[in-house]
Design a protein around this ligand. Structure first.
Ligand SMILES: [Zn+2]
Length: 344
């Protein structure tokens, strides 16, 4: 048992701080997107807010810009050069947008939007490309974006795959480079909208928001999903990926006290153990209360979490995120994400 179970609050605090410092999905000094210039196009802006969800005070133009800024951060960490068609809440015509990307001689153009319909039960991902243009970029991003956002969706069953489609937008067909428009999810879905309130960047300080550590907020997940898709387009297999290979729970009883253990195994795509990964974990106790803890995997890729309680009943162990410098957490590849155990 090389894994460590950490219950002392000081250690937890230290780990959470480490998570903030080290958890951006990848940060390779060399940068495997070196030489790539990406033109990001946050949709709408200024007098055109795009979709609006008044119940949650959400404006699509603001979400798109925040997601694009987060995506820029992730891509630049990998050595890409990134430019944005707008950097504030200003109005841009389609012509302004594709002309800017053409003048910048960008390698690809990715337009970021957020979907909306009148039926609040709709949720899911779609990627668009211009008729008569190559769908490869839209497809490569969508292939990563959809499963990533489904597995992290507030209602996985409702999260539909709308696939890739044609859209005759001037931004997409008048630019000189491969282009795609992303509609990652529906801001009209109330559970999505509630999550979308949290921004990646604090609008006042322009720093990463406290509520979006590790890009863990919904907007951060959108940025990560598109980021993985852009890596997919460039056929990058050098970015190491990790996932949860197993969660095994066990218990011991001493008089009226239960000791619940959960062993989490983190592996790479070749099923090798990943040591040094910071795992965020939640125990749900029989009375519904939650215990959030964090730990770091040992040489065997294993970390063990422990809770001591006097409650009999059902316990759940769930991994909420994993981070390691230079690595990407790929929850789509998880073989397990949670496990239940009843005691006694
Ligand atoms: Zn839009």
């Amino acid at each position: 048992m090389k894994g460590k179970s950490l219950s002392k609050s000081l250690l937890l605090l230290a780990l959470l701080l480490m998570g903030v410092l080290f958890s951006i999905p990848t940060s390779k000094a060399s940068g495997n997107l070196a030489g790539v210039k990406i033109c990001l196009d946050p949709g709408h802006g200024g007098s055109d807010p795009g979709a609006v969800n008044e119940n949650f005070n959400l404006h699509e133009s603001e979400i798109n810009l925040d997601v694009a800024n987060g995506l820029k951060h992730l891509l630049e960490d990998d050595g890409a050069e990134v430019v944005l068609t707008r950097v504030d809440d200003s109005y841009k015509t389609n012509s302004d947008r594709y002309t800017f990307c053409n003048d910048e001689q960008a390698t690809i153009l990715v337009s970021v939007h957020t979907n909306s319909v009148t039926d609040p039960t709709w949720d899911g991902s779609m990627a668009l490309y211009a008729p008569s243009r190559d769908p490869d970029l839209a497809r490569a991003i969508h292939d990563e974006m959809y499963p990533f956002l489904r597995i992290t969706a507030p209602d996985q069953d409702a999260f539909r795959d709308f696939g890739i489609g044609n859209y005759a937008s001037g931004v997409l067909f008048k630019c000189n480079m491969p282009a795609a428009m992303m509609e990652p999810l529906f801001m009209s879905h109330p559970a999505e909208a509630a999550l979308l309130v949290e921004s990646i960047y604090d609008p006042i300080t322009s720093k990463l928001s406290a509520g979006c550590e590790e890009f863990s907020c919904r907007r951060g997940e959108i940025a990560q999903a598109i980021y993985l898709g852009i890596h997919n387009y460039y056929g990058d297999e050098s970015t190491p990926m990790m996932h949860v290979a197993a969660i095994d729970m066990s218990s011991k009883q001493r008089k009226d006290t239960f000791f619940i253990y959960s062993q989490v195994i983190v592996q790479d795509t070749a099923a090798n153990p990943v040591p040094g990964a910071s795992v965020a974990h939640t125990f749900t106790l029989p009375d519904g209360s939650k215990l959030i803890n964090a730990g770091i995997t040992g040489d065997d890729g294993v970390v063990i979490f422990k809770v001591r309680s006097e409650q009999a009943g059902q316990y759940e162990s769930a991994v909420t995120s994993i981070s390691k410098t230079g690595w990407v957490y790929d929850p789509v590849s998880n073989l397990e994400t949670s496990e239940m155990l009843a005691v006694p």
